[in-house]
Design a binder for this molecule. Structure first.
Ligand code: ZN
Length: 226
């Protein structure tokens, strides 16, 4: 389906030229397909990185969503202060569930959160978003040992081993750090599918899509992994 049709279907959500006053309604969300929602995320990121973001009316969105929420997607992303998912995808209040943890790992609590978002609340896309220059990825590469962080970084370490890279395998090498972050997104998606039969079944029956992406801190682009 083309972009034009997406704009038509969701015109009230991603209307151009006026402040977004309303949160998603159930009818609007239910009418969207996972592919349309992914297309909207891409468009939102285009607006963000071109400086043409919507004029969000957060107070109106708060009022519209207080009695009930119908988010289109659930995003698993890193706590990094430079990678706020709603902002870089130009989303408003009520549009997305946001699960954030250092290194965007899919641990049991995150799987539970994503199951709540999709199986209970009806979100149709799970987006795992890694990012360039991720401190958690660097910490895992450097084998940092620090309190509870040690166990979190252990969860990332399989991504290091899974990363084929010809150059220097060091946290000082931005290219290697990015490659590991990309592997880490793919492994998180594997973990979601293997660790959550609930989400895997929703994906198999076409009710949701589970997709990976990388956010570039320098140019603001979110690249969807294929
Ligand atoms: Zn990070």
């Amino acid at each position: 389906m083309g972009v034009g049709a997406v704009t038509l279907v969701a015109g009230t959500w991603f209307g151009v030229g006026q402040a977004e006053a309303a949160a998603l309604t159930q009818a609007q969300r239910d009418a969207l397909t996972p592919d349309q929602i992914i297309e909207m995320m891409k468009k939102g990121n285009e607006r963000f990185r071109s400086g043409k973001m919507k004029a969000q009316d957060f107070l109106a969105q708060k009022r519209a969503s207080a009695a009930g929420q119908y988010p289109a997607a659930a995003i698993l992303s890193c706590i990094d202060s430079r990678a706020p998912a709603e902002i870089i995808l130009d989303m408003g209040i009520g549009d997305t569930f946001n699960a954030r943890v250092a290194g965007n790992i899919a641990n049991q609590d995150m799987l539970g959160s994503l199951e709540f978002a999709c199986a209970v609340e009806g979100a149709k896309v799970v987006l795992v978003m890694g990012h360039t220059a991720c401190g958690a990825i660097k910490g895992a590469i450097d084998n940092v040992q620090l309190g509870n962080l040690t166990g979190l970084l252990d969860t990332i370490k399989p991504a290091i081993a899974a990363t084929q890279y010809a150059g220097e395998r060091s946290s000082k090498n931005a290219g290697f750090v990015e490659a590991v972050a990309r592997s880490n997104v793919r492994l998180a998606i594997d973990t979601i599918r293997s660790g959550s039969p609930t989400l895997a079944d929703l994906e198999k029956t076409g009710k949701i899509k589970i997709v990976g992406s990388m956010y570039n801190l320098s140019n603001g682009e979110v690249t969807f992994l294929t």
